[in-house]
Design a binder for this molecule. Structure first.
Ligand code: SF4
Ligand code: SF4
Length: 332
């Protein structure tokens, strides 16, 4: 267990990320959460934007709500929108109290000022905290510059940011945040699916004492067991070698599957195309990748180079050019 900064919450190092719950059913969600309970894992992180995720979690924790800390978040930017979303989250989760409510994916300082200004979303969070509907207030973002700009005067009890074998750019910021007793939640522990060894990926994160909890997606009980069995012990020389090898193979130019580039004007499922390409070119699963890619409704060759996706990608990926690479791999 680690302390989540000034929230004072004692959290298990491995929590549940709510995105993949959208792809599974109520029964599996409950089975995963029951498995977590056995291990003493007590964090579930979801979002208003993850469609049915809050509802599935609410149903799954019925009868033992108090065994979990529920974190959720909303992309609302105004007070009125945030008030509506908090009520919605409480209803979906079937609870009268949310442990941590986060501002979801704040993109830049302009958005930040909108949220923190008069009639901005932050006012609604403070009011909900005063009413006892939420316990703590946090922020999530993919923009390191934004966190660097606000960290000295940070009004939040937690920050949530990507960190993994391939993305360690926040290490210094985490050190600073931890010194200020701000709780650190790590998203994208598997780099959005680019990392294929969950054991190594999670061990790497747990090696950083500034981090309180990381939230991998767990789509099955087996995966939950595998993740929860990981112990916080120093990385071996062989594991460091594997980390170095993975870094040189993937670099920075890879899709994290965040989905912010969607919808594509041509209807292409952009992150899935990149995933199948990765399976083909990096993980020696050519046959599997070709079969799966063929089932997609639209393919890389359907890209019309409109470039609307490029501005939306928080990692600055040259998506249309990468689509051409995907097309050259699969030939359509
Ligand atoms: S540039 Fe291509 S991939 Fe991006 S939104 Fe347009 S059609 Fe879709
Ligand atoms: S292309 Fe960029 S925005 Fe789209 S899913 Fe990948 S990382 Fe996210």
């Amino acid at each position: 267990m680690r302390k989540l900064g000034k929230t004072g919450l004692l959290v298990h190092e491995i929590g549940l990320g709510g995105i993949p719950l959208q792809r599974i059913d109520a029964e599996t969600t409950r089975a995963i959460i029951l498995e977590m309970r056995k291990w003493g894992a007590n964090v579930i992180d979801t979002a208003r934007g993850y469609t049915v995720s809050e509802k599935l979690i609410g149903e799954a924790i019925r009868g033992f709500r108090e065994d979990f800390y529920i974190f959720t978040k909303s992309g609302a930017r105004t007070r009125a929108e945030m008030e509506r979303d908090i009520e919605f989250s409480l209803n979906e989760l079937g609870t009268n109290y949310i442990d941590l409510y986060q501002l979801h994916n704040v993109k830049n300082l302009e958005e930040y000022h909108l949220i923190m200004g008069g009639a901005g979303a932050y006012e609604a969070l403070v009011a909900a905290k005063e009413r006892g509907q939420i316990g703590h207030i946090g922020i999530t973002t993919h923009n390191l510059d934004l966190l660097l700009a606000i960290i000295d005067d940070c009004p939040f009890e937690t920050i949530q940011f990507p960190y993994n074998i391939l993305e360690t750019q926040a290490a210094e910021l985490f050190r600073k945040a931890a010194a200020k007793d701000i709780g650190i939640i790590v998203m994208k522990p598997l780099a959005g699916g680019a990392l294929q060894n969950p054991r190594l990926a999670l061990k790497f994160i747990l090696n950083n004492p500034d981090i309180a909890v990381t939230i991998p997606g767990m789509e099955s009980v087996e995966l939950a067991k595998e993740n929860l069995a990981i112990v916080n012990e120093p990385l071996t020389d062989t594991e460091w070698e594997e980390i170095t090898k993975t870094r040189s193979l993937l670099g920075n130019d890879f899709c994290r599957r965040c989905g912010y580039c969607l919808p594509c004007s041509a209807g292409i499922d952009i992150p899935t195309c990149f995933t199948f390409e990765g399976y083909y070119t990096r993980y020696n699963l050519q046959e599997w990748a070709v079969a799966r890619y063929a089932t997609l409704e639209k393919h890389a060759s359907d890209c019309i180079n409109c470039r609307v996706c490029v501005d939306r990608c928080p990692y600055g990926l040259a998506i249309p050019e990468k689509m051409q690479q995907v097309e050259s791999v699969f030939k359509f």
